[in-house]
Design a protein around this ligand. Structure first.
Ligand SMILES: CC(=O)N[C@H](C=O)[C@@H](O)[C@H](O)[C@H](O)COP(=O)(O)O
Length: 406
């Protein structure tokens, strides 16, 4: 299962619930925090045997570290890969079982060539110290929230602590921060990805609009967004915390999804975690093969994952041989090898699932929640839905036609 942290997601908030799990950020980072109220019901340095303090100390963050219950009572990494490292007085960094092994995102001795099944590419970015990054600061015992009775005389305000910094912030400021890394493939596993694209001449073709659509999809539970066009990707990257599968379209026939090495690099430059490109066996406009394109992208952007948009099982075999990280069924029915079925082409999707040694992204004409669930049931790593969620003109057409046929 994926990593998560306690707390309400925007979707939970919309539902009026507060028991959800926080989504990881695009870089796979979850910030978890322990905070407590000042005052009679909360933390008192004189009573560190209080249940809250013990829970915080013993189970640092939901079992990342634990203490041997008997004997030496040593602290040991439980879920964590190793004991948390101290970053500063209020921040500790912990890694989950899978961890980015180094700045080149490769394990030592990791071969650069095609990878075997299960051979994982690591994707993580340097983690920002969150307390410092947002200008926040650790709890100041002298603070109080507006409208609340001040706690009994306690320690004085820390020097430099500004009392006017946002209502309710100070006495719930995190005391300890943990940062947990997780790779993008894990974030996508068993989840929905929403494709947010508008096409030339359409009213919604606007980076701001598409970004808002993407944000709405994330609120609804999308684990990642698939976006098209450099401007859209830039706008989305600026606000989205979830991974982005990026592409450009050059034309609308033949090889048009991120068709050249140059366009792959441009997409990667926008900060997308995944670059989606045509993964068919057709000749490409820049004369490079799919394998050469992947190799070129690896050289310039070793940190991005490659999603091959395939049209058939034969494409999938070629793409994984060439080192694609993800196999997409995106172009089934569009590349000339298969008829375009009204819904998903389960026959070819099953063939792709059977031959694929890499995670398969089922995408293309998934028009209902039942279809999306079926894709996962059949073995998809994740499922991408575009039109049925983000293309109002088409959806309206479905309804209008149904109504008018009565
Ligand atoms: C064939 C092609 O160019 N597919 C594109 C790929 O990015 C998009 O136009 C699709 O909307 C996307 O694949 C999602 O599929 P659907 O909209 O059917 O859910």
């Amino acid at each position: 299962g994926g990593l998560s942290a306690c707390g309400a997601t925007p979707a939970d908030q919309a539902k009026g619930s507060s028991s959800g799990a926080a989504q990881p950020k695009a870089d796979g980072t979850i910030t978890a925090a322990i905070s407590y109220e000042l005052g009679t019901n909360g933390f008192d340095p004189m009573t560190t045997s209080a249940a809250l303090c013990l829970a915080a100390n013993w189970h640092t963050m939901e079992g990342l570290t634990e203490i041997l219950p008997t004997g030496t009572r040593e602290v040991y990494p439980a879920v964590a890969k190793e004991l948390p490292k101290k970053v500063d007085d209020t921040t500790y960094e912990a890694a989950s079982v899978r961890r980015c092994p180094g700045p080149r995102h490769r394990r030592p001795g990791h071969p650069a060539g095609p990878r075997a099944r299960g051979d994982r590419r690591w994707l993580c970015r340097p983690v920002q110290p969150l307390v410092a990054a947002d200008g926040g600061h650790p709890a100041c015992p002298g603070d109080r929230r507006p409208g609340r009775r001040r706690a009994a005389p306690g320690p004085a305000r820390r020097p430099g602590c500004d009392p006017g910094r946002g209502p309710g912030r100070h006495d719930h400021e995190p005391q300890v921060e943990m940062r947990i890394t997780m790779d993008v493939l894990d974030q996508l596993k068993g989840r929905l990805v929403v494709s947010c694209q508008a096409y030339p001449g359409e009213p919604m073709l606007d980076p701001r609009t598409m970004t808002q659509v993407a944000q709405a999809a994330v609120v609804g539970g999308a684990a990642a967004i698939r976006g098209k066009g450099l401007e859209d990707l830039r706008a989305m990257r600026a606000v989205l915390q979830v991974p982005i599968i990026g592409l450009v379209k050059e034309g609308a026939t033949g090889v048009y999804i991120t068709p050249t090495l140059a366009s792959c690099r441009q997409v990667a430059d926008q900060g997308c975690e995944v670059v989606a490109l045509d993964g068919t066996r057709r000749p490409r406009p820049d004369g490079l093969s799919f394998a050469e394109t992947v190799a070129g992208l690896r050289q310039s952007h070793p940190e991005v994952l490659v999603m091959s948009d395939c049209g058939s099982a034969d494409d999938a075999l070629m793409a994984q041989q060439a080192g694609a990280d993800l196999i997409g069924t995106t172009l089934v029915g569009y590349s000339g090898e298969r008829e375009k079925t009204p819904g998903p082409d389960w026959e070819e999707i099953d063939r792709i699932l059977a031959v694929a040694e890499r995670p398969v992204v089922v995408e293309g004409r998934i028009h209902s929640p039942a279809d999306a669930a079926e894709a996962i049931r059949r073995g998809a790593h994740c499922v991408v839905v575009g039109t049925a969620i983000t293309h109002p003109s088409t959806i309206t057409g479905w309804f209008a036609q149904a109504v008018e046929q009565v």
